[in-house]
Ligand binder design. Structure first.
Ligand SMILES: Nc1ncnc2c1ncn2[C@@H]1O[C@H](COP(=O)(O)OP(=O)(O)OP(=O)(O)O)[C@@H](O)[C@H]1O
Ligand code: SF4
Ligand SMILES: [Mg+2]
Length: 364
């Protein structure tokens, strides 16, 4: 991803000294995920079944400008596995996640503390992450204390007030309440405020708006945009809903069975999908209407279908109306489709066959 972003980063790395231009090495990206693969199972507990939850996943987020990257796909496509891997809740079977050039599985104690502050999570159901016996004020105070964010009580209060203001809550309304006394939307916004208190560089948001109503959804998406634009916070935004992806994200990745089917700048992917699976998903709403939620009735192949397709071939083979013999033999690489970082993992996008461009396995 992000050819234009990489160029801007390169420009900043060139500094003038005594009238001459000196090329400095560009800073490492904020986040760099390389060939991330997670295979669950194979042990006695899973009855020997192995599930490829994530395969060869690559993503690069530059330090700046901050960006919102959507990870979309149907249930079981590997979205939460990716989120958990970035957050350190799951270890990869292979591949690497680098944060500012450091492998997150090998951080020192100090680096780990910094990582836990700078990379925050927002989940679908915030109730599960609250301790029911703590008032909201205590929840927020604990974060401030744990990370030594404030010098004294009054600066802690100011931080809480400004974090609540960012998410559109007035402090008196919520601070003395227990989690069960809040609405779902208030709980979700407190979670966002809690993350914001830490001034993170990256928020991994796993379906943050799937359990809230339309007006609250719009408000939370608006808050995310503000955090990106005013506070330089990047997001990995996980969703089933391509209409919200279209509304707020800079880049979109579509997963199918743990693999990237298509990715690139959001308008390019959503307005001009190239992969048969993504075309099917978007077929009913050629250009998504932000007011309409993306509902899909796409049939996911059964295990038998998967076996027919073979483990090496395209994971979408059994459902694809365009499949060819070569699709069974090997996983298609990701082909560049129009030079803006838009890539499609389908042999139909192989421009070389039509006398055009090349493919990439590792490009972002
Ligand atoms: N702890 C686990 N043990 C075994 N298999 C798992 C585990 N966690 C996830 N999986 C499997 O990995 C695959 C990807 O799951 P994941 O939760 O990442 O999907 P998802 O895209 O987040 O789905 P949803 O939209 O339903 O949240 C699924 O086949 C799932 O059954
Ligand atoms: S690689 Fe083949 S089976 Fe897979 S989506 Fe493309 S045409 Fe269909
Ligand atoms: Mg999930």
């Amino acid at each position: 991803m992000g050819i234009s972003l990489a160029v801007r980063q390169g420009d900043e790395a060139a500094r003038s000294t005594q009238g001459g231009l000196v090329e400095l090495a560009p800073p490492p990206p904020l986040l760099e995920i390389s060939r991330a693969t997670k295979i669950y199972g194979g042990g006695l507990l899973q009855g020997g079944q192995r599930v490829g939850a994530l395969r060869d996943f690559n993503l690069t987020l530059p330090e700046k400008p901050a960006a919102i990257v959507t990870i979309a796909g149907e249930s079981g496509s590997g979205k939460t596995t990716l989120a958990n891997s970035v957050l350190g809740f799951t270890t990869l079977t292979s591949g690497q996640i680098l944060y500012r050039g450091q492998d997150v599985s090998q951080l020192s104690r100090q680096q780990h503390i910094t990582y836990r502050r700078e990379v925050q999570a927002i989940f679908q159901d915030p109730y599960e992450v609250y301790n029911p016996f703590y008032r909201i004020k205590h929840v927020l105070d604990m974060v401030i204390q744990r990370f030594h964010l404030a010098r004294d009580r009054s600066s802690a209060d100011q931080m809480i007030e400004s974090a609540l203001r960012v998410v559109g809550l007035r402090d008196a309304e919520v601070l003395e309440k227990y989690p069960h006394q809040l609405s779902g939307g208030q709980r979700q916004r407190i979670m966002v405020a809690r993350a914001f208190l830490l001034r993170p560089r990256l928020i991994v948001a796993d379906e943050p708006v799937s359990m809230v109503d339309a007006s609250l959804r719009a408000m939370i998406l608006e808050i995310m945009l503000r955090m990106r634009d005013e506070y330089g916070i990047s997001f990995i935004y996980i969703t089933h809903d391509l209409s919200t992806a279209y509304q707020i994200s800079d880049y979109t990745y579509i997963l199918y069975k743990g693999s990237i089917a298509e990715k690139g700048p959001t308008p390019s992917v959503i307005e001009h999908p190239r992969h048969p699976y993504v075309q099917l998903l978007l077929g009913s709403i050629p250009i998504p209407d932000p007011k309409q939620r993306w509902q899909t009735s796409v049939h996911i192949p059964s295990e038998d279908d998967q076996l027919q397709a073979g483990v090496d071939g395209c994971p979408f083979y059994a459902r694809c109306s365009y499949h060819m013999e070569r699709c069974r033999a090997a996983m298609p690489p990701r082909y560049e489709v129009n030079g803006d970082g838009h890539q499609c993992a389908c042999y139909l996008c192989d421009q070389a066959e039509k006398g055009g461009t090349s493919h990439t396995n590792g490009g972002h």
